[in-house]
Design a protein around this ligand. Structure first.
Ligand code: TYD
Length: 138
């Protein structure tokens, strides 16, 4: 059993798509093992996006990600990381095929509905960034 971390981004929350998107993951056999509604602060966003913090689009991305409370969820299941990424589709919503979450609901490369961890190692780091051990029901 593997775990992954997803974040239902501000556009997902604003469009009231949290249930719809969570349902996609649940229908694929992934279980919710932790969940939290939180507004992401600048320091945490710099940490979460450390790999792109020096890119020109980062200030706008950080502003968007902190613009309203988001739902942070840890999911567990077989191949959870790859399963969630496949359901999500590529980063750029405009290039994401219909039938993927980003292809169906996303706007562009920044406003793209949902984050999902890109490896089991990063999933473990990201889950511990958002949840205390006793908040993860795995
Ligand atoms: P990245 O880790 O490359 O993609 P993914 O979310 O698919 O793992 O990028 C992280 C986020 O950074 C991405 O979801 C949205 C934002 N982003 C932009 O705003 N502009 C860009 O050109 C890229 C590549 C990413």
């Amino acid at each position: 059993m593997e775990k992954t971390l997803i974040i239902l981004k501000p556009d997902c929350m604003e469009k009231r798509l949290a249930g719809t998107v969570l349902n996609r993951f649940q229908e694929a056999g992934l279980d919710i093992v932790a969940a939290k509604l939180t507004r992401l602060q600048p320091a945490l966003l710099r940490e979460h996006y450390a790999h792109i913090a020096d890119r020109p689009f980062f200030p706008e991305l950080a502003q968007f990600m902190g613009s309203r409370p988001v739902l942070v969820v840890a999911l567990q299941g077989e191949d959870a990381v790859a399963t969630a990424r496949k359901l999500l589709g590529p980063t750029d919503s405009k290039k994401a095929p219909k039938g993927t979450i980003r292809g169906d609901y996303g706007t562009d490369v920044s406003v793209n509905i949902c984050h999902a961890s890109d490896s089991p190692e990063n999933a473990a780091i990201e889950i511990s960034r958002f949840f205390a051990p006793n908040e993860v029901y795995a």
